[in-house]
Design a protein around this ligand. Structure first.
Ligand code: UD1
Length: 427
């Protein structure tokens, strides 16, 4: 059986939508639970496929994981396995985040190379170099990262690029290293702050969360905690773009609007009326055709690479021409080929895309290549004449809890269609 979405064009989204915990936070927080023996409770977890996949990864090293509603309870035993090579490892990128905690706790780890979205080259050199600085050896053998140390010691680490994943792995090893670790050019994403908050609740000593310099004073052991995941700013931004593209009026709750300062400013420049509610959410009202704006993806607080497909989708229906520059994941422009099927006037040259807005897109069968590209195609379908079939929607299900239900509640018409294999369109 294969699923696709039928997206009916011509919708105007109006109403309120609640955003739950961030995918890019919860998976890392689940990995952090490995650092402390006992039961760690994480709430406000999104109901997306990646959470049970990460639970399988944790089970494969000896944890018990229970999931009920939005709460995930992870019981970490005294004796953990250092080998994380279950089938689930290959299905999500965040699985690599067990590397730091396992090295921190056990001083050795064998971690299968991760899977995840096909958005371009995703090396692990900075993760490995950071662990080496802390005193571990790190090699790639038989499809696994192998790391080993007699003991971990504090170190001064300069990252070539503020990588989110490398910052997380190094941080989670350094909290149990002896002495002081300084990570310079660290990632500043809100999800890094969330991780630092949880680690601090567990007894870690970290200064500088949310800045480019993280200072970690190693401790002997951490203890379990109860933690609430921050709201998903990428999902929140998806609704903001949806409001702008459909000339709608959408109020988004459950997310800190400050995490979207730049995004909301871009939408204002495009003509949206944006109101923010003191860290608790925001409202986007777009009463006429949006004007074109340029976008440049960069590490936070820059415009997130995860939002680039929405920038392209919005630009394709704007009045005017936009330049979109992708600085993080080059392969993300593959999304543009699908937008062209929908009638977008867009072309790329290296890191840049030029998109000339058209009055109306027109429906076509299109294929999601990753989570955000999939959601971007659904938003584009809402602005296209006719019924757009979006295929490979399992990608969307990995990042957006109740996406179809939420869209329909806001006034769209989107149907999930399950087809027999012989009726599936050729990809
Ligand atoms: C990245 C995004 C994050 C997004 C996630 C999922 C940035 C900075 N990070 O996080 O916001 O939610 O994708 O789409 O925008 N790199 C190396 N060597 C390494 C690690 C990374 O060269 O060891 C490079 C990557 O190829 C990439 C860049 O650094 O070009 C960013 O990587 P990183 O932040 O680690 O990626 P994610 O953690 O996946």
């Amino acid at each position: 059986m294969s699923e696709h979405f039928d997206v009916y064009g011509g919708a105007r989204l109006v109403g309120e939508v609640e955003v739950v915990g961030a995918k890019n936070s919860v998976l890392k927080l689940m990995a952090a639970a490995l650092l402390a023996e006992g039961t760690t409770t994480i709430s406000n977890c999104p109901r997306i496929l990646d959470v049970p996949l990460m639970a399988d990864v944790l089970r494969s090293v000896g944890c018990e994981v229970e999931m009920a509603d939005d709460v995930t309870r992870i019981t970490t035993p005294a004796e953990l396995s250092h080998r994380a090579d279950s089938a689930a490892m290959g299905k999500l990128r965040a699985s690599v985040c067990v590397l730091g905690p396992l090295v921190g706790r056990l001083k050795r780890a064998v971690v299968a190379l991760p899977g995840g979205d096909a958005i371009g080259s995703r090396p692990l050199d900075m993760h490995q170099n950071g662990l080496r600085k802390l005193g571990a050896t790190s090699t790639i053998e038989h499809g696994c990262v192998v790391a080993e140390a007699d003991g971990l010691h504090g170190a001064q680490i300069w990252l070539d690029f503020p990588s989110v994943g490398a910052t997380e792995n190094i941080l989670m090893a350094a909290v149990l290293a002896q002495g002081t670790t300084v990570i310079d050019n660290a990632a500043r994403e809100p999800e890094i702050i969330d991780l630092c908050t949880m680690l601090t609740e567990m007894g870690a000593r970290i200064e500088g969360a949310g800045t480019s310099t993280l200072t970690v004073e190693g401790v002997d052991a951490l203890h379990p905690t109860e933690h609430v995941v921050i709201g998903d700013r990428i999902v929140g931004a998806t609704w903001a773009f949806a409001a702008a593209m459909t000339q709608g009026d959408v109020t988004v709750t459950g997310v800190d609007a400050h995490h979207l300062d730049l995004v909301l400013e871009k939408l204002r420049l495009g003509g949206a009326d944006v109101t923010t509610f003191d860290g608790k959410g925001f409202r986007v009202v777009q009463s006429e055709r949006p004007r074109s704006v340029d976008f440049v993806t960069l590490p936070y607080p820059g415009f997130a690479t995860d939002l680039q497909p929405f920038a392209v989708a919005l630009s394709s229906v704007c009045d005017g021409t936009s330049m979109i520059t992708e600085n993080v994941y080059e392969a993300r422009f593959r999304f543009i080929e699908e937008m062209v099927r929908l009638g977008a006037d867009a072309r790329t040259d290296g890191h840049h895309a030029v998109v000339r807005g058209v009055e109306r897109l027109s429906s076509a069968p299109v294929w999601a290549s990753d989570i955000r590209a999939g959601a971007g195609l659904v938003l584009a379908g809402l602005c296209a004449e006719g019924v757009t079939e979006v295929w490979d929607v399992f990608h969307i299900d990995r990042g957006y809890p109740a996406f179809v239900e939420n869209l329909n509640r806001l006034g769209a018409r989107v149907e999930r269609v399950t087809a027999e294999p012989d009726r599936v369109a050729a990809g």
